[in-house]
Design a protein around this ligand. Structure first.
Ligand SMILES: Nc1ncnc2c1ncn2[C@@H]1O[C@H](COP(=O)(O)OP(=O)(O)OP(=O)(O)O)[C@@H](O)[C@H]1O
Length: 537
């Protein structure tokens, strides 16, 4: 794509860019102009990447493993002044989504506003950050709504955002007209980037901020504004019930071994030495994690240890030297791998409880401990999701309604004489299902079961919290966050597999592949009464 080629504007585009804004919306006339040209210039400068622009070749070589995604994003963002559909960039954590988009804008050298939902951790802070970037950090007053006034309500935010955007677009347009042919035309588009969008869902369960931001393009109706969402959750997490037009998605897959090799080899003063180090550490660590941040934290001290026997670190190691360095490093690799692998899978509450038991001299038998233990890490919500999938695969769907009450809890299944016949029928259905093996289920059923069992678990935890006055931390709360991300992780781990689509509905069905022994171990690790949820003969 030619970076600075100005695409001739279509007639529609000319009309729109000359005056797209309808009278009801703030126009150049009813928006307070910049008080000085310096302010206008400062705003424009603030909207560009703070780093020097780079070439396309540098962009691609600086981000190993991301060339296809970069080219795809560039194609979708389009040439100068071309309107774009909203984009959703998604993929696993720490796999280069943020760095890629920021470097892309450095290459494009176009104005953008970046709002990270990790640092801007509440709607108010997020709104404030976006408006400040557009309004010269609060120094440019929009009459009646000064930049210093904090914006609380979404409707207020949308109004101020529209005003600020129109003002900024007009400033860009003016700058382009004034600079004429002396300067390169940098266009009139402004891009809003929402990073870590998945976090928004955990801010407030009843908040309407997610649907609002997902519809922001439709609400603003300003073609000079491009919207980019970055998320580590899949698109399904957002668009099942918002009713908004789905953005174009770009998936960032996990890095391959070669990609990670390329990433870690960048800017190494002694590439041959570092390459011999990577040949020792990368493969074993790759089996545990593909996250660049985790790998770089693990590699840093290991490389220091690897180089310790060397007097001169610019030396190119021969085979004998490599073997010696490897032998020296080997015990640390194992220890570091264990550190990375053994992420605590128990909630701090459980740990506290066990600590209490030990203090009281009550020791669990080793056998029980071993049977409860999982030899891999899984988050609390992934465990609940896996158990929901197991229940969905084992129980006939027609029995769900009799298993869960309307509030999501487990119905007390005491048989009475009147219901004995129907229970017998249900039991024979359960038996048939057992014989057929794990059944398939649609995503909706899985989510419904997940919702039911987590609501029970959360209320149990709250009750225990009240009883014990103990502090329960993150893992036990917010079980429902990132459920679709967990789903894709469980599919990747082959605990849940896709099992074709329903010919009538066309929707994908899933099947749980874990056996009962494994499900029981997962259930025990979170004290979940699995057997009460399973139909048996
Ligand atoms: N291809 C790459 N080349 C160079 N560095 C990379 C690459 N991919 C990731 N990194 C580095 O890994 C770290 C994490 O990357 P980044 O923040 O872009 O990930 P992310 O996908 O946005 O993560 P999250 O979803 O957790 O926000 C950064 O320090 C980044 O520089």
């Amino acid at each position: 794509m030619a970076k600075d080629r100005v695409i001739p504007l279509s007639p529609g585009r000319k009309t729109r860019s000359s005056s797209h804004l309808s009278p009801s919306k703030p126009s150049a006339q009813n928006v307070c102009p910049f008080s000085s040209q310096t302010e206008s210039q400062e705003l424009i400068r603030c909207l560009y990447s703070s780093e020097e622009p780079i070439s396309l070749a540098t962009l691609i070589s600086s981000l190993p493993g991301r060339k296809p995604q970069i080219l795809e994003i560039l194609r979708l963002v389009g040439s100068l002044n071309s309107p774009m559909f909203p984009l959703l960039i998604y993929g696993g954590p720490s796999n280069g989504k943020t760095v890629s988009i920021l470097q892309i804008f450095r290459y494009l050298n176009r104005p953008f506003v970046y709002a990270g939902c990790r640092t801007c951790y509440s709607p108010r802070i997020l709104f404030d950050s976006i408006l400040r970037q557009l309004l010269l950090h609060g120094r440019n007053p929009i009459k009646g709504n000064s930049g210093t006034k904090r914006c609380e309500k979404p409707s207020e935010f949308i109004d101020l955002l529209r005003i600020a955007l129109v003002q900024a677009i007009n400033a860009l347009r003016e700058r382009n007209l004034k600079s004429g042919s002396e300067e390169v035309d940098r266009g009139e588009m402004i891009y809003l980037i929402f990073d870590n969008f998945e976090l928004l869902r955990s801010w407030d369960r009843n908040s309407n901020i997610v649907p609002l931001l997902l519809r922001i393009h439709e609400i603003l109706k300003i073609p000079e504004v491009g919207i980019i969402y970055i998320s580590s959750s899949t698109p399904d997490a957002y668009f099942l019930c918002t009713g908004s037009i789905e953005p174009i998605t770009i998936y960032f897959p996990d890095y391959t071994l070669e990609d990670l090799h390329g990433i870690f080899m960048r800017n190494q003063p002694n590439p041959k030495l570092y390459s011999s180090f990577l040949s020792v550490v990368l493969k074993p660590f790759f089996r545990v994690t593909r996250r660049v941040d985790e790998l770089s934290v693990a590699f840093q001290p290991l490389f220091q240890k690897y180089c310790k026997p060397l007097v001169d670190q610019s030396v190119v190691p021969d085979e004998a030297m490599k073997r010696k360095l490897f032998d020296n490093l080997q015990p640390d690799v194992t220890a570091s791998l264990n550190d990375l692998f053994m992420v605590p899978s128990q909630s701090s509450y459980q740990i506290e409880q066990e600590g209490d038991l030990q203090k009281k001299g009550i020791r669990k038998s080793n056998r029980k401990e071993a049977s409860n233990e999982l030899d891999f890490h899984m988050s609390m919500s992934a465990k609940y999701l896996l158990l929901s999938a197991f229940i969905a695969s084992r129980n006939p769907a027609t029995l769900d309604a009799s298993l869960f009450d309307s509030s999501g809890g487990l119905i007390n299944r005491k048989r009475n004489k009147n219901s004995q016949m129907s229970m017998d029928r249900k039991d024979s259905m359960a038996e048939e299902i057992l014989l057929k093996g794990p059944g398939s289920f649609p995503l909706e059923r899985l989510l419904a079961i997940f919702q039911c069992i987590t609501s029970v678990a959360e209320s149990m935890v709250e009750e225990e919290q009240c009883e014990n006055g103990a502090a329960i931390e993150s893992e036990s709360v917010g079980l429902t966050s990132d459920v679709l991300l967990q789903m894709s992780a469980l599919c990747n781990a082959n605990f849940i597999c896709k099992s074709g689509s329903c010919p009538l509905e066309g929707s994908t069905r899933y099947r749980c592949t874990v056996d009962e022994e494994m499900a029981v171990r997962v259930a025990k690790s979170i004290n979940f009464p699995l057997s009460s949820y399973l139909y048996r003969r």
